[in-house]
Write a protein that binds this ligand. Structure first.
Ligand SMILES: [Zn+2]
Length: 173
């Protein structure tokens, strides 16, 4: 039993971020729920630029920090190891987006999803780099996150029809 909600229950758990404008989250929801996780344990970059904090939902902030701390500990506190794993390559977190004109929101719209190392973990790639980084996957799993290349939770990226290897989320299917 996960402490995290199912995707369909995210409105109840994380709050409903929708506004009358399909391109924007409600300002009141953002103010009440989005926080910045700072004092990151290792150097992270987004598109080559240093990242000093990551925006996410307040309910996942501690869990996300525990993932970063877990990765750092498992690396032996070695930036080069974290670089090799790809966890220093931040590829996005909170991003408000309705899917295909429907009322369905991407998990990134709730601030409960995180992408890392998109270049080496592309959408539909069934042999993503993270599959070779059990320490990274263990850190996420310990926090109860679901990996986008193992939606069915069988430990293999090879059988996933919509593999999204860069993606981790605090919500189950
Ligand atoms: Zn994602």
């Amino acid at each position: 039993m996960s402490i995290w909600p199912r995707q369909r229950d995210c409105d109840a758990f994380y709050g409903n971020p929708r506004s009358n404008d399909p391109t924007q989250a409600a300002a009141s929801w953002k103010k009440a729920n989005l926080v910045r996780v700072g004092q990151l344990p290792f150097v992270m970059r987004y598109a080559g630029q240093p990242v000093t904090s990551v925006v996410c939902h307040r309910k996942v902030a501690d869990a996300f920090r525990s993932v970063l701390d877990g990765v750092w500990r498992r690396s032996g506190c070695d930036q080069r190891v974290v670089d090799d794993w790809g966890m220093s390559v931040f590829s996005g977190s909170y991003n408000y987006r309705l899917m295909r004109g429907l009322n369905v929101l991407s998990m990134h719209s709730y601030g409960c999803a995180f992408d890392f190392d998109a270049p080496r973990n592309a959408l539909h790639d069934r042999t993503p780099h993270f599959a070779q980084c059990p320490e990274v996957l263990a850190a996420w799993k310990q926090a109860g996150a679901v990996w986008g290349s193992d939606w069915n939770g069988n430990g293999s990226a090879a059988d996933e029809p919509r593999a999204d290897g860069m993606h981790f989320q605090f919500a189950t299917l």
